[in-house]
Design a protein around this ligand. Structure first.
Ligand SMILES: NC(=O)c1ccc[n+]([C@@H]2O[C@H](COP(=O)([O-])OP(=O)(O)OC[C@H]3O[C@@H](n4cnc5c(N)ncnc54)[C@H](O)[C@@H]3O)[C@@H](O)[C@H]2O)c1
Ligand SMILES: CC(C)[C@H](C(=O)O)[C@@H](O)C(=O)O
Ligand SMILES: [Mg+2]
Length: 358
């Protein structure tokens, strides 16, 4: 039976990078005899424009029926004036919640060819390999009550609720410990347990889950320190597990250690192996439509899709090897270019990866 893969190109550079990633997926499927069936639907701003809804019913149905989803990015200045519930970004939050994609894996891996593009000195990032495990369907992103209301004195007040249940903390902690077992057996849980009750509970539950994983070393860190440690000495981390908002911020920070946010893939997983795969970056309106976007984050997300949802790690490995090969050949999009180096377009980069898959 063929695996149903749904493409959601989205907005801005999303369609540009998804086009290249889909070509890589087709090539890998051909090469490794993987039976796939690709379809496409609208999510985000384009879905608002075409259907008046950031996550329209047809996309909902296609997403629920798919074995895996590959997304580009959503949002952009065109829709920035809309109220929060109607924005393109809400479409992304809704699909994550709808598919129960609570576990967001965001690897920050330095390709040695890009050491010079890192924001840090080469010796601090050589061999860098961190996995951020971000809780994705809870926390302050989803907590109720939320909104903006008017106070008696006439001024307005905005509020959100940072909430986690024990069950939600437990399942993300388990994902982090299981992930660490396939890596260096170390988990650092990042919270703000010196101030926020919700993260005091987070710490307690993570400790409880850790007692079932005596082979994995657990440490805790406050988020402010973690942000600092990520840029001071990033190689101290193996797996970082954290809540939705802290994980969003720390993964963009980690991106710059690897050279560019254009290099960072992600997998958002449910309790089985269904997943939504997307680059960590956004729709990059400043470079959209110019062929400047780096497609490698989305291409590497295809590798994660093959590994986690289709169980085809040989095809995933081949894509990662192909990415390394094009970097070896010196191909660079603008975000990872060295001064005076040759810069290729989104399409040229994508085609080079396709050709390198063997
Ligand atoms: N998953 C998503 O869909 C997602 C993620 C983040 C932001 N967004 C949305 O995207 C829009 C723009 O957000 P932003 O500017 O804060 O973040 P962004 O990630 O879109 O861009 C930040 C910077 O990184 C650069 N950049 C990003 N991806 C790149 C790539 N592949 N190649 C080269 N350079 C790249 C951009 O040019 C920009 O200078 C907003 O509407 C935001 O809500 C969506
Ligand atoms: C666009 C936005 C909703 C999203 C998030 O905050 O989760 C993005 O920043 C990300 O990192 O995937
Ligand atoms: Mg983000």
């Amino acid at each position: 039976m063929s695996a149903k893969i749904l493409l959601l190109p989205g907005d801005g550079i999303g369609p540009e990078v998804v086009e290249q990633a889909a070509a890589v997926l087709r090539r890998a499927a051909d090469r490794f005899a993987i039976d796939i069936e690709l379809s496409e639907a609208d999510l985000g701003g384009i879905a608002i424009d075409r259907h008046g809804d950031a996550y329209p019913p047809a996309t909902q149905q296609a997403a629920r029926e798919a074995d895996a989803v590959l997304m580009g990015s959503v949002g952009g200045p065109k829709w920035d004036g809309l109220p929060a519930p109607d924005r393109p970004e809400k479409g992304l939050l809704r699909i994550r919640a709808d598919l129960d994609l609570f576990g967001n894996l965001r690897p920050a891996l330095l390709y040695p060819q890009l050491a010079a593009a890192s924001s840090l000195k080469a010796e601090l990032v050589a061999g860098l390999d961190i996995m951020i495990v971000r809780e994705l369907t809870g926390g302050i992103y989803f907590g109720e009550p939320r909104g903006i209301h008017r106070l008696e004195n006439g001024e307005r007040e905005g509020y959100n609720t940072y909430r986690y249940s024990e069950r939600e903390i437990e399942r993300i902690a388990r994902l982090a410990f299981d992930t660490a077992r396939r890596r260096d057996n170390r988990v650092c849980s990042v919270d703000k347990a010196n101030v926020l009750e919700v993260t005091m509970l987070w710490r307690e539950v993570v400790e409880r889950v850790a007692s079932e994983y005596s082979d994995v070393e657990l440490s805790h860190m406050y988020v402010d320190n973690a942000a600092m440690q990520l840029v001071r000495e990033p190689k101290q981390f193996d797996v970082i597990v954290t809540g939705n908002l802290f994980g969003d911020i720390l993964s963009d920070t980690a991106a710059m250690l690897t050279g560019s946010i254009g290099m960072l893939p992600s997998a958002s997983l449910d309790a089985n192996s269904k997943g939504l795969y997307e680059p960590v970056h956004g729709s990059a309106p400043d470079i959209a439509g110019q062929g400047k976007a780096n497609p490698l984050a989305t291409i590497l997300s295809v590798a994660m899709l093959l590994r986690y949802s289709l169980g085809r790690s040989e095809a995933a490995d081949a894509i990662e090897t192909a990415v390394s090969a094009v970097l070896d050949r010196g191909l660079r999009t603008g975000d990872i270019a060295s001064p005076g180096g040759v810069v290729v377009t989104t399409q040229q980069m994508g085609e080079a990866v396709v050709e390198s898959i063997s």
